[in-house]
Write a protein that binds this ligand. Structure first.
Ligand SMILES: [Zn+2]
Length: 315
């Protein structure tokens, strides 16, 4: 959420009942406005890692009609068709101008994005959805848990990181998806796979992109890291009792799904930059295409969870 909006909504919400309170409130608002304008100048204050994640990245074609349009440290994926486009993940609120400019520099228009979906509704992947929806008029669709967060709460109580993360800016409405549901925009067919664990609403996405007759299976695999707020336990959380089972379901999806090109919300998690550097050096076969990547990610994630659960036994 931009601080400008926070200040505006405070102005409209509060009635000024008497002069003394009005003066006190005016002082508060001035302080907030001063803070807001200071932060707006920096525009990189969403989190400690945010400036690093938000470094600019030249947008590029990954394969066929699938493009990378995010900043360097956070994926935003554009899938195009003649009848309109799909955007997966927004990155941060402060990433939005970059995402929009990247889409334009590839020759497409944000106004032609018809559908915005997400991996999980944390600020670094879903924080820009509200602004992108305003700019595009696109429909937003998400898992039931993520719809609650996006339209009502901003952050979910069962989120392992609840208490340690800021909310995402709310949007007026979002369509609710079923696990396995396929969404269509023009000739794009995008399937939602619920892959909870990192959050209870985590969603991975699959689709095909073609160059001539060669069609490849894309997997945009949600984060599968057991990251939490202080004190949260994946092994026996009262707020999220299914956490471990959920992770297992997500790993099983990753092991089984057709996967020529793996993308992840944090591009480093799928070594995208190393693979792209290989492609740019002319390495053959193209290292961006790596059919074992999904299985390898599942094994790394399963190992991380094993270690996390072992560490919780002593606590
Ligand atoms: Zn996250």
């Amino acid at each position: 959420m931009s601080n400008q909006h926070k200040v505006k909504s405070m102005h409209t919400r509060y009635q000024l009942p008497n002069p003394a309170q009005a003066l006190a409130l005016a002082t508060v608002l001035l302080v907030i406005a001063a803070l807001a304008s200071g932060q707006q100048g920096a525009r990189q204050s969403s989190c400690a890692d945010c400036p690093e994640w938000n470094k600019p990245q030249q947008p590029f074609r990954i394969y066929g009609n699938t493009y990378y349009v995010g900043p360097h440290g956070l994926s935003s994926i554009l899938i195009t068709s003649k009848a309109g486009h799909v955007l997966i993940d927004s990155a941060l609120p402060e990433s939005v101008p970059q995402v929009v400019a990247n889409i334009r520099s590839l020759g497409f228009r944000i106004e032609d994005v018809k559908l915005i979906v997400n991996s999980h509704v944390h600020l670094d992947h879903g924080g820009g959805i509200a602004e992108l929806q305003r700019l595009s008029g696109a429909e937003v669709a998400a898992s039931p848990w993520s719809v609650e967060v996006l339209t009502k709460t901003g952050v979910g109580k069962a989120d392992p990181q609840f208490g340690s993360i800021p909310p995402v800016e709310l949007i007026p409405r979002a369509a609710t998806l079923r696990d396995g549901q396929t969404l269509r925009v023009g000739d794009i067919k995008l399937t939602a796979h619920f892959t909870p664990g990192h959050t209870p609403g985590g969603t991975s996405w699959t689709w095909e992109s073609c160059e001539g007759k060669r069609c490849l299976s894309f997997v945009y695999a949600d984060s599968m890291t057991p990251v939490s707020a202080e004190g949260f336990r994946f092994s026996d959380s009262r707020d999220y009792p299914a956490a471990v089972q959920d992770f297992e379901k997500s790993f099983a999806f990753l092991r089984a799904t057709p996967c020529d090109i793996l993308l992840t919300p944090h591009p480093d998690a799928s070594t995208l930059w190393q693979r792209l550097a290989g492609r740019e050096r002319g390495v053959k076969p193209d290292p961006v295409i790596s059919p074992n990547a999904c299985k390898a990610l599942a094994e790394r994630a399963a190992e991380q969870l094993r270690r996390r659960l072992a560490s919780e036994k002593g606590r």
